[in-house]
Design a protein around this ligand. Sequence first.
Ligand SMILES: Cc1cc2nc3c(=O)[nH]c(=O)nc-3n(C[C@H](O)[C@H](O)[C@H](O)COP(=O)(O)O)c2cc1C
Ligand code: SF4
Length: 700
Amino acid sequence: MPRDPRYDILFEPVEIGPVTARNRFYQVPHCNGMGFRWPRSMAAMRAMKAEGGWAVVCTEECEIHPTSDLSGFALMRLWDDSDLPTHELMVEGVHAHGALAGIQLVHNGLSSPNRMSRLAPLGPSPMVIKDIDPIQARAMDKSDIRDLRRWHREAALRAKRAGYDIVYVYAAHDMTLLMHFLLSRYNQRTDEYGGSLKNRVRLIREILEETKEAVGDTCAVAFRFAVHEVGGDLAYDGEGREVVDMLAELPDLWDVNVSAWEDDSLTSRFGPQGSQEDFVAFVKQITTKPVVGVGRFTSPDAMVSQIRRGVLDLIGAARPSIADPFLPRKIEEGRIEDIRECIGCNICTTADYLAVPMRCTQNPTMGEEWRRGWHPERIPAAGSDDAVLVVGAGPAGLECALALADRGYRVTLAEARAELGGRVLLESRLPGLAEWRRVIDHRLYRLSQKANVETYPASRLSADDILDFGFPRVVLATGARWRADAVGRANRLPIPIADDATMISPDAILTGAPLDGLAPKSRLLVYDDDLYYLAGVIAEKLVADGHEVVFATPAPEVSPWTHGTLEQAKIQARLLTLGIDVRCARSLAAVANGAATLACVYTGARESLAIDAVVPVTARLPNDALHQALTARADDLARAGIRSVTAIGDCHAPATIAAAVHAGHLYARQLDAPDPGPIGFRRENDWGIGAARNTAANGS
Ligand SMILES: Cc1cc2nc3c(=O)[nH]c(=O)nc-3n(C[C@H](O)[C@H](O)[C@H](O)COP(=O)(O)O)c2cc1C
Ligand code: SF4
C-alpha cells in the first residue's frame, strides 16, 4: 500500500551540517549490552535499523579514554586505533542500507569508576564518584583539561576515519564530564572553568568548536544536551535555556532531552508518549539548526504533530526502534497497523544494566540478528506440512502461533479463557500497565490477517482432547500460577500458616475474583519476594481499592530488580507517597488469623503485625499438568500421530513476559529447522588466541 500522504512530512530529507538525513527518523544513541564485547551482534543490530528505514543510526555512548572506563558494561570504546574495526563493522552495515552513522563520544568523568584501567577518575572538582565504589575523582588541572580536549579531538578524528557521518558531543543524563562541568553541584572551581554559567559552559564550547574544526568538513557535529533535570538543578526555563541561547548555532544538530536517564527513558508506568515536549519545545525557537528529541514515539500522528507544531525536526527514538526496527518502513509502506509498538517496560535497559545482549519484550529478534540470524520481518518458510496445535494464548502462545503462521504452518490456537492474552491481559489492567496490552494487540491484529490460523477462545483442552485431535505438533503455553504459601527466595520451604489465616493469591487480584471474607477497608500485608514490579503494582491497586497496605520484602529496598528498568526509586517513592508502610529486609516468618510475623533478614529479630490478610508475591508454579499428562502417554501419542509435545514460556519455567515471547518465537523458528548445534547460537570468541598459540607451538 502507498503511504498515507498525512505522513509525507516524515519522509522529507533534513540537512544536518554537511550531511543529509534521508528522512526524519533518527535512532538516538542507545546502549545494547553488546558494544565492543559482541561487535558483530551489535553491528548487525544497527544495520537492521538502517534496513528498517531509520535515516540516522547512532552508536551507544563511546568512551574516548581509559579514564572514562565503564568496564562491566559492554558499551563502545575509541581509546585508540585498536578499537576501529568494531566501528568500521557497524558503519559498513549502516551505510549498506543508506543510513547515516552517528557516534556518541563521551568522557564519563565522575560516573567512571575505572574498574579495569584502575586510573583515577576525573572531575571538575575533587569529589566522590557517582557510583558506589569507595574512590574519589581528582580535580582536573589545566593540563588535564588540555588532555581531555585532545582525547576528544583524536577520538573525533578516529570516528571520521571509521566513516561516521555524525559525531556527538554529549552533556546529558547527569552522567558525562561535560555535564559535570556545567552543574554547580559538581563544579566548584574558581578558575575560568567554574563559577559563572559562561565559565561552566566553556569546556563544552571548546569541545564543540574543536570537534567542528577537526571533522566538521565532512561530519555533522551533534550536541546531546539535557535541557532539564527532573528533580535537579538544571531547568528548561533557567540555565538549560541559557545554555541553548549561548551555543545556539554552534552544533549542526541539537539532540535534546531531559535528565536523569530514568526520566529520559521513562517507563509507561510513569509517563506517556511525548512526555518531554514541555521541556524541549523552546529549543527550536532559539536555534536555526535541526532539533531531534525523544519521547517513546510510536504513533506516526504524534510524530507528524511534533514536526508540524515546530517542536522537533527529527523524531528521535531509542525504544521504538528497538521494539520495531522497521517502524519507518512500515509507515512508508502504508502498514502502520503492523508496527510493533514499544510498551515502555524497559526490559531493554535491564540488558544494559546487566551487560548482556539486549532483549525486548515486543521484539524477540532483538540481539539475535547475528548470533541466531533472526530478521524481525523475515522468517524461513515452513519445513513441513505439519499442522500445529498451540494451547494457551498468553505471550508465549500468541507469539508462537504468529511466528509459525508467518512461516506458513497451519496453526490452531486454543485458549481456556474467553479472552486471549494470558498474564498480559490480566496484568495490563493493573495501575500503570495499560500499554503492556500492546503485546496482545499487535499479535491479535497480525493473527487476524492470517488465513492459516484458527483461534478458539474459551476452549480448555484435556489430554484426551489433544490426543483425539492428533495434531502432529503440540505446543503447550499454559502459563503459571502464583503460589499462595509465601515460598520463594527467603523461604525455600513452607512457613507456618494457620488454617484460619487469610492468604490471597496474586492471581485472585489479577483475575478480579471476589476476595471472600475481606472487609472493604482491610489492613493487608503485601509480601514481596519476587522483587520485580508486580508486588508494587498490586500494593498500589489495593490502596486504590481503599485498603490499608503494609509492604514487606526481604530485600533491602522495594522492587530491587527494577533498578535495571530504571524504576526502583520511582516505585519506592510512589509506595511511600501512597502512605504504604514499607518494611525492608523483613522475611515473612508465620501467618496467623489476624497477624503476621516478620523476621529481620540480618538478626532474625521478630515482630508481629496486626493484619487481616497476606498477599504473598513470591514465586509461581508452572501450569504443567497437561504437559505431564501427555508426555506420560508416549504410546498414545505415537498412535495419535503426535510427533512432539513441547512446553514453552511460563509453563516450562516461569519468567518475564519478554522471556515468554522469546520462547514462543524460538520454538517457531526451530520447528523443522536444521539442528543449530548444542549451543544454539553463534558466539564471538574468535579473539585470535588459538591462532597465536598454534603459531607459538609451531615455533614460527
Ligand atoms: C537500552 C537503552 C540504552 C540507552 N543508552 C543511551 C546511551 O548510551 N546514550 C544516550 O545518550 N542515551 C541512551 N539512552 C537514552 C535514549 O537515547 C533516549 O534518550 C531515551 O530512551 C528516550 O527515548 P525513547 O523514548 O525513544 O526511548 C538509552 C536508552 C535505552 C532504552
Ligand atoms: S523492552 Fe520494552 S521498553 Fe524496551 S523497547 Fe522493548 S517494549 Fe520497549
